[in-house]
Write a protein that binds this ligand. Structure first.
Ligand SMILES: Nc1ncnc2c1ncn2[C@@H]1O[C@H](COP(=O)(O)OP(=O)(O)OP(=O)(O)O)[C@@H](O)[C@H]1O
Length: 592
């Protein structure tokens, strides 16, 4: 099963392979395990209601024969009361059946979405760099629902429609077997039409799912980059992009609508031909005195009940075809393995001293012509503050990624307290090493919650203490609701410098022995940068710290400054990567 790339060549738009409904079912049915019991109970209730409906129609034939044809009003009341009773029982059964099956479906959805999201969260950062987030959102929402439509509702609907068809067909045979056989003649035609339609639906549904993912991605990107759009006055371009992707999705959906809209009249035509054949044959039976007019009416009424479930079965094949495309997109996601993951040998580091050693580390991004790092070695002693500086593109952020195992070196070893970090569980490594990125990531929530994100179950006292150490307490208390002030996902309501100080407080509360600060002043003006120098120094106090920076004032805080060589500069491609030039300047560390 190999994923295909779309024609536009975007690595982010991956078309999932086509899978059979059976393969999809086999993959997801185990997840429905806990719901199966309720699904079966709900299904049985719905089947029982179909049996009640069959018996109710039977009452119609009883009334026709014993009351209408015989002209006997006294015989009317018993079947009439029975008919009402059956309708009531059927109503109660339908209510219970529909609720239980819907509940099973919703719970399945909840569990499936949770599982897919948990899997996605384990994937390595390079996966997210190569995929459009909007497409992933579409997979986690609409595609998860399409699996439900197949695995839960699909199964129940198929079982109910099938059993209902069997009930009504048996009823029809009991009522008038000759007429029943005439009416069954249309079944192969129904099957043929359904098969042909579902094959076409399958092909178009793939395009529909992919174009939906693309549209969500464009919308997501448009909203995320709204400031850039407004700054560059490119609203028109964005609207055009949304329109183009929307139009592509619309075309695919309309093709699907055309197919299902065509299916109904074709099936209706088949039905009409069939009813007319039954009436013709019935009329001949009446002339032969083998059938009464009432009997024919009762049979025609029966047919009115028999065909809808047959039709539903046909429509279901189309639903299944469309749903299996969404399911295939989920499977493609679930089958993507994280490039960095724990192994059975991984063990959890309890308390790190904080000695970091990079031994002859080399690294190149997949597909890149040149390696970013080659034979890079560095030892940072516990509690030491090392500034990493150098030309843009020299590989400073790449070192940060390697330290947190967002990616693995292609050669060499990184050791924490003498232990190869590949032998440690990812969670224990990331508990020992905290990254403060260039721009502090903010969640939609209160400032207190944003700081507390650094440590589970942080108390209010710890949050305030961290904010004070990060020089953030004062500005937080100046906000309308203090620590309970809600800030938007993009840091709405706080300045760049304040945002960084929230990040420092978050790192403070995490209290990891090792810190990686990736250009913490890069997005700040000179005065804001100066303002966070002191909290940064406090944060680094007593911790092993790697400070990636171009800011010489900030670098002056360091015990050592490592200058990475310009690996992209004037060197020819063959010798593009050399061991970075390491200059060491000794600075006296400011007292904390
Ligand atoms: N995900 C990626 N895929 C491919 N190449 C990448 C990726 N990330 C970075 N690179 C390349 O690797 C090189 C080193 O990037 P890195 O971000 O580590 O540099 P840097 O020294 O931190 O630069 P800056 O000071 O500008 O932040 C660059 O040439 C960059 O283009």
């Amino acid at each position: 099963m190999s994923a295909q790339y779309e024609k536009n060549g975007s690595a982010a738009s991956i078309l999932a392979p086509v899978l059979s409904a059976k393969a999809v079912f086999r993959r997801f049915w185990p997840i429905a395990r806990l719901e199966r019991r309720w699904l079966i109970v709900g299904g049985l209730l719905l089947v029982a209601s179909a049996a009640c409906d069959t018996a109710a129609i039977w009452m119609f034939s009883v009334i026709t024969d014993r009351v209408l044809t015989a002209g006997n009003l006294a015989a009317f009341w018993t079947p009439a009361v029975e008919w009402v009773a059956l309708t009531l029982i059927s109503g109660v059964l339908v209510f219970g059946g529909q609720y239980l099956t819907a509940r099973a479906g919703e719970r399945f959805l909840l569990r499936l979405r949770g599982r897919v999201f948990a899997h996605v969260q384990r994937l390595s950062p390079d996966f997210f760099e190569s995929r459009k987030h909007g497409d992933l959102v579409a997979r986690l929402s609409a595609d998860v629902e399409s699996v439900e439509a197949l695995v839960n509702s699909g199964v129940v609907q198929a079982a109910i429609s099938l059993l209902t068809v069997v009930f009504y067909a048996a009823g029809a045979l009991l009522l008038r077997w000759e007429l029943a056989l005439v009416s069954f003649a249309a079944v192969p035609a129904f099957v043929l039409v359904a098969k042909k339609s579902s094959r076409r639906v399958n092909a178009i549904a793939r395009e529909e799912r992919a174009s939906h993912g693309e549209l969500v991605a464009v919308l997501e990107e448009g909203l995320a980059n709204i400031t850039l759009t407004q700054t560059c006055n490119r609203q028109g371009t964005e609207e055009q992009r949304v329109h183009e992707h929307g139009a592509r999705w619309m075309r695919a959906k309309l093709t699907l609508v055309r197919l299902s809209a065509l299916y109904s009249p074709v099936v209706h035509l088949l039905e009409t031909i069939c009813v007319l054949c039954v009436i013709g044959f019935g009329a001949w039976e009446i002339t032969q005195h083998r059938l009464t007019l009432g009997g024919l009416f009762a049979f025609a009424a029966f047919l009115g009940y028999l065909y809808p479930p047959v039709q539903a079965l046909g429509s279901l094949t189309m639903t299944v075809a469309a749903a299996s495309t969404g399911a295939a997109r989920l499977i493609e996601l679930l089958d993507t393995e994280p490039t960095v993951a724990d192994t059975p040998r991984s063990w959890a580091l309890r308390a790190a001293r904080g000695e970091l050693r990079l031994e002859s580390v080399s690294f190149g991004y997949p597909g890149a012509a040149r390696a970013v790092l080659r034979d890079f070695s560095l030892t940072v002693h516990p509690g030491e503050l090392v500034a990493l500086t150098g030309a843009s593109g020299a590989g400073k952020t790449t070192i940060a990624k390697l330290l947190l195992r967002f990616t693995e070196p292609t050669a060499g070893v990184i050791r924490l307290d003498g232990v190869d970090i590949r032998d440690l569980t990812l969670s224990s490594l990331r508990a020992a090493v905290t990254l403060l990125p260039q721009e502090t990531l903010i969640f939609h929530g209160t400032i207190g919650e944003n700081i507390a994100y650094g440590r589970q179950n942080a108390t209010r006292e710890q949050i305030v203490a961290a904010a004070e150490a990060a020089d953030a307490h004062e500005f937080i208390m100046g906000l309308p609701d203090g620590y309970d002030t809600v800030i938007g996902q993009r840091g709405h309501g706080v300045s760049g410098g304040q945002r960084q100080r929230i990040g420092i407080a978050r790192a403070m509360i995490a209290d990891a022995p090792i810190l990686v600060l990736d250009e913490p002043t890069a997005n700040l003006d000179a005065s804001s940068a100066r303002r966070i120098a002191e909290p940064l120094r406090r944060l680094a106090g007593g911790r092993t710290t790697i400070l990636i920076t171009h800011d010489l004032d900030l670098a002056a805080l360091a015990d050592r400054i490592i200058v990475l060589g310009d690996v992209q500069g004037a060197r020819g491609p063959k010798q593009a990567v050399a061991a970075p030039r390491i200059g060491t300047k000794r600075h006296s560390r400011l007292a904390s």
